[in-house]
Design a protein around this ligand. Structure first.
Ligand SMILES: Nc1nc2c(ncn2[C@@H]2O[C@H](COP(=O)(O)OP(=O)(O)OP(=O)(O)O)[C@@H](O)[C@H]2O)c(=O)[nH]1
Length: 321
């Protein structure tokens, strides 16, 4: 693939995005097989409790645009809505993305890091203010606030709840964090997050958009850990990640892995990753004169490490939208 001169990789004069692939070849992959059936059930449950919520808190990380659920848009217009852009330590909120969100009617955006409790304390006052000034007549005799948290799997919904409870209740862990996407929670749980004002939150199972619009959107969800890696395939995910990094001129990977220059060739990059991380495997080769054990580079292990590095923020702060 096209290569960058070392000067560009080192932050010198940069090549335009034209130096790299302008399109990603998805090889005719079918996105339907990535969408777990039980998520449709979660969505149905969610719409029921949506009616009882005073405020909707929508959580995203690297994909605040394509991670949004079109089926929930209708509900957004009729009640207060707060958008939490979580993992700000990993994702860089570009102005362009914020503009688009604003156009979609998201005017209350909070950047947060729920692992470090950064900015999370802005949420309760904001929610209380929005609910108090919203014209829902039947709220008059209600003294409690009910909010609902939505977002695709793995964006940090449980982490947000734990952070809110740490800040406002000074209590220990409420919900388990991590685990496999989409399998952690099957039911909706109501959790107190604040005493004054009295505020409850309904946690929802991570729900994917019911129709993964296109294969690219599915790929982005997979990179964020919202679809299990093996359903999509680590190798193509790694290639799509490289394609995105290059298109966005995010060359942190060059430095991180000590590559001589940027490259659009995933084979080339993974070979280097495997070499420096010592990702090898023994393969038995049957030859005419006998069997020999050969040590080969393990490209799949390298692809997995590349994805892990991205998710841990070691390749830079990246927004996939
Ligand atoms: N770096 C970083 N990681 C975070 C942050 N918030 C959450 N995480 C991590 O993201 C992963 C997913 O967090 P969860 O809170 O389990 O996400 P969830 O949305 O509840 O996931 P599901 O239960 O699958 O729907 C965990 O490994 C968290 O530690 C953050 O602000 N920064």
């Amino acid at each position: 693939g096209p290569l960058l001169p070392p000067a560009a990789a080192a932050g010198g004069p940069r090549w335009g995005p034209g130096a790299f692939r302008a399109r990603f070849d998805f090889g005719g992959r079918d996105v339907a097989s990535w969408f777990p059936g039980h998520m449709a059930k979660g969505l149905r449950q969610m719409r029921g409790s949506l009616r009882r919520a005073d405020c909707l808190v929508e959580v995203h990380d690297h994909i605040p645009l394509s991670g949004r659920n079109p089926m929930l848009q209708e509900a957004l217009g009729i009640r207060p809505h707060v958008l939490v852009l979580n993992k700000m330590d990993l994702a860089d909120p570009r102005q362009q993305v914020l503009e688009q969100l604003k156009q979609q009617g998201c005017s209350h955006v909070v950047f947060a890091d729920c692992q470090r409790d950064s900015n999370v304390k802005k949420i309760v006052p904001l929610v209380a203010k929005l609910i108090s000034s919203s014209p829902r007549y039947h709220r008059a005799e209600n003294t409690e606030y009910n909010i609902m948290v939505i977002g695709v799997p793995n964006v940090g919904k449980s982490s947000l709840i734990n952070s809110l409870r740490r800040l406002h209740l000074r209590k220990g862990k409420a919900t388990a964090v991590g685990g496999e996407p989409g399998v952690t929670k099957a039911v909706l749980t109501r959790i107190q997050i604040c005493e004054m004002p009295l505020m409850y939150l309904v946690d929802t199972p991570g729900v994917l958009p019911p129709k993964l619009g296109d294969v690219e959107m599915g790929m982005k969800l997979a990179l964020c850990g919202a679809i299990r890696d093996h359903l999509v395939g680590e190798d193509i995910m790694a290639d799509y990640l490289l394609y995105t990094l290059n298109r966005q001129q995010q060359f942190g990977y060059v430095q991180h892995y000590g590559l001589p220059e940027a490259s659009d060739d995933i084979g080339h990059v993974l070979k280097h990753v495997a070499l420096i991380l010592g990702k090898t495997q023994k393969v038995k080769v049957l030859t005419g004169t006998g069997n020999v054990n050969v040590t080969m580079l393990n490209y799949s292990a390298a692809a997995y490490e590349f994805l892990r590095a991205f998710r841990a923020g070691r390749l830079g702060r990246v927004m996939l939208d």
